[in-house]
Design a protein around this ligand. Structure first.
Ligand code: HEM
Length: 720
């Protein structure tokens, strides 16, 4: 097109030059037809005076050509800039102002030619019942508007892309274009990981993508909202030097009180703040409206902050990664397979009896222990014990039963050394994780730093424990009796092996993660649940009464009994509200969003701080009260994004159903066995409790339980 234009215009331009300057035309050349009407000035000279109308028309043509040339150049530059920006985002390189400038010059949007669009395009998913084509293309946001000039359809469901709240109806097209920019990054990462999966190539209709830069987005957001959206840099922060902040954290020992630090910072700076810590930086939020917005922008393949020490362990030991550490389509395909075994209702039906078995045994053995080892008269016996090792054993026994389909006998008087070592390893691995998060693990590895060595050794133990179980499970499957073929549930491991959709290496990686993630996470909240029930005897009585009634109605069916006793579920939710196991849930939004009226660019690490959320008077009425019944009425009222201990969306905790049922069943059998709990807290303990507001392992280690038998019932006393 460019050359055709040149050809058609070159001759008249030359002629025009000649006419204006009086230069001779090259010999043998005739004038272009356009000059036929021009007046000859004489026979000698060939000078002519062009017709002013024609002159204007040629000038206009020249101007058009210049504009076209500029537009073509700007488009080419913008295409290159879009691709550069895309790869910068992909490989996490620093942004280049020139790219943003060139994109801006092209109006902030670029229709990529087919070959380039293909490089950043998205592929259609494999057939899967939980994977809809529409949602698969959600992140692609193919805009028919690109071709037709009409605005794209504005997505409506929560899972679809939403324009920013602050933007009016007429601005949606621009917002959508901005959305596409940030999604293109995700699309690319998805595509690259899809190459190795079973997913289909992109449909031929995938022609182009709209790409624009974050800077443009921010400006667009501000311009369109009449300047109401404040810039990212304006978000209050705790100091802009990550390394100084990190030093302060170490010095003040804030890592062990991260939850309190977050709560205090929200009090000081308001419901949103930025924090730089070492090489990490994040935006921290705590209000449900903001969490909802974050959830809507998590995309098809939500990403959490990578636990680098864990990832480095897998990489250096050449182990595959499980869902916890994976991202993109690889994560999704593994996750869908795991969901079938641990999350869907039919899976719960399969494993619930196994959990019930363990919970019953645990409570029976506790009762027996008090009867035989307790002090006091028969029927009035009591016993003081530290429940934490018992609850850890319970959680490990329950996990093994569900995952491997076998009991490992941890309630016997002499549990195996191997199991004790496993519990130790999980504790060690978790304790060494937080300080390693902000240091480069590979450097520590090179330096043989003791912290890293301890961490890696703990993981090695966890892996070898899982390896041994997997070997055993594999052998069991080979033998017809005792294998899955006899109709018994072979555990999640057996189910995965039978299904044959995951390689053995991936099964090992995922089962190890499930084992590592499934012990302390339930043992610690269980102790806090007992503690809260102990200091709230009225609540305890209500829970017990409901459990007994429900058990009778369910004729001993544990699943029905749980359904008939919603206060059990409420107890677990309430415990996790006050004592969340993980302090934050993190996401990288795939599009620019507005939180508390601040612009947060796509790709920013946003952390939902669970402890301040759970204790906020703005979110919960009487947050200090332990009130399991609040969840019944709140869920009925449709209040969302408040119970987030298990995370949210498609990336929420995959062990959630196991954990919820495991904890509820233990509390159910505690009630059925008439084990009651009451507080017996030493004054020093109360002080500690008030100071720290209690959280996780640090306080947990100081709780002691006193079991008392009062005639028919046992009383668990909590001592601090
Ligand atoms: C009270 C108990 C538990 C709590 C509070 C808890 C909490 C969490 C949270 C907050 C996440 C991140 C979710 C997100 O990013 O949205 C998570 C992920 C995960 N949890 Fe749990 N968890 C618990 C029990 C378990 C159990 C019992 C298992 C294993 C059987 C488990 C295995 C995992 C795994 C593998 C992931 C990663 C999932 C993924 O990325 O797809 N968790 N958990």
């Amino acid at each position: 097109m460019e050359s055709a234009l040149k050809k058609s215009l070159l001759a008249p331009i030359k002629t025009l030059k000649f006419c204006v300057s009086g230069e001779k035309l090259p010999s043998g050349r005739t004038r272009h037809g356009a000059w036929r009407g021009s007046k000859r000035q004489g026979s000698k000279g060939r000078s002519c005076v062009p017709d002013p109308r024609l002159l204007r028309s040629y000038q206009a043509e020249l101007e058009r050509e210049r504009k076209l040339r500029e537009a073509v150049n700007a488009q080419k530059n913008a295409e290159r800039a879009a691709m550069r920006a895309h790869f910068r985002r992909k490989y996490q390189l620093t942004k280049n102002a020139k790219d943003a400038e060139q994109l801006r010059a092209a109006g902030g949007k670029v229709c990529l030619p087919r070959d380039l669009a293909k490089m950043v395009s998205h592929e259609a998913p494999a057939k899967d019942d939980s994977f809809r084509l529409r949602s698969a293309f959600q992140s692609l946001s193919l805009s028919t508007g690109i071709f037709t000039g009409k605005p794209s359809r504005v997505p409506s469901s929560a899972n679809e892309t939403q324009p920013c709240r602050v933007i009016g109806q007429e601005d949606r097209q621009e917002a959508l274009l901005c959305v596409k920019a940030v999604q293109s990054d995700q699309i690319e990462s998805e595509r690259s990981s899809m190459l190795s999966s079973r997913l289909r190539p992109p449909p031929s209709s995938v022609r182009s993508l709209c790409v624009c830069e974050d800077a443009v987005t921010e400006r667009a957001l501000q311009r369109r909202s009449g300047g109401r959206v404040r810039g990212f840099q304006e978000i209050p922060h705790t100091g802009s030097s990550g390394w100084i902040n990190l030093l302060r954290f170490w010095k003040d020992g804030r890592f062990s009180l991260l939850h309190k630090h977050m709560e205090n910072t929200f009090r000081r700076l308001g419901p949103i703040y930025r924090e730089y810590l070492g090489s990490q930086s994040s935006v921290n939020i705590m209000l449900p409206t903001d969490i909802g917005e974050l959830f809507r922008s998590e995309g098809l393949h939500p990403r959490r902050m990578t636990l680098q020490p864990w990832a480095t362990h897998r990489e250096t030991r050449r182990h595959s990664k499980g869902v916890f550490l994976k991202n993109g389509t690889e994560w999704r395909s593994d996750r869908l397979l795991l969901n079938r075994e641990v999350m869907v209702t039919s899976a719960v039906h399969r494993f619930l009896p196994l959990l019930d078995d363990v919970a019953q045994d645990f409570c029976r053995s506790l009762r027996h222990r008090v009867q035989t080892e307790g002090v006091g008269e028969t029927g009035q016996r009591s016993m003081t014990l530290d429940p934490s090792p018992d609850l850890f054993r319970f959680a490990l026994e329950a996990s093994c039963h569900v995952l491997y389909g076998e009991r490992i006998g941890l309630f016997s008087s002499s549990p195996s050394e191997e199991s004790e070592r496993f519990i130790w390893a999980v504790e060690r691995m978790l304790a060494t994780t937080p300080p390693l998060l902000y240091l480069p693990p590979r450097l520590l590895l090179r330096l043989h730093a003791p912290l890293w060595t301890q961490h890696a050794t703990a993981w090695d133990h966890i892996f070898s424990h899982a390896e041994a179980r997997i070997q055993r499970g594999y052998q069991r499957l080979q033998t017809p009796v005792g294998g899955a073929s006899d109709g018994r549930f072979p555990g999640v491991l057996g189910q995965l092996m039978e299904a044959g959709q995951l390689s053995l290496e991936l099964i090992k990686a995922n089962i190890t993660e499930l084992m590592a993630g499934g012990v302390d996470t339930t043992a610690v909240p269980l102790q806090f649940a007992l503690f809260e029930l102990a200091r709230n005897p009225g609540v305890q009585e209500r829970v017990r009464a409901q459990v007994l009634a429900s058990w009778e109605q369910a004729s001993g069916n544990p699943q029905k009994a749980l359904q008939g006793a919603p206060l059990l579920k409420g107890t677990v939710k309430e415990t996790l509200r006050l004592y969340p196991v993980g302090i934050t849930v993190q996401r990288y939004p795939v599009r620019d969003i507005v939180l508390q009226n601040y612009h947060v660019p796509a790709g920013t690490l946003v952390q939902v701080c669970l402890y301040p959320l759970g204790r906020s008077a703005e979110v919960f009425e009487g947050p200090e009260r332990f009130e399991p019944s609040r969840w019944g009425s709140e869920s009925a009222a449709g209040a969302g994004f408040r119970s987030l201990a298990f995370g949210f969306g498609s990336r929420q905790c995959v062990g959630r159903r196991i954990a919820e049922n495991e904890m509820q069943l233990l509390l159910l059998h505690v009630a059925l066995q008439k084990i009651s709990v009451s507080p017996e807290v030493l004054s020093s303990g109360w002080r500690l409790l008030q100071q720290q507001d209690t959280l996780s392992l640090f306080l947990f280690q100081r709780i002691r339980v006193v079991l008392l038998s009062q005639s028919d019932s046992f009383c668990t006393k909590i001592r601090l």
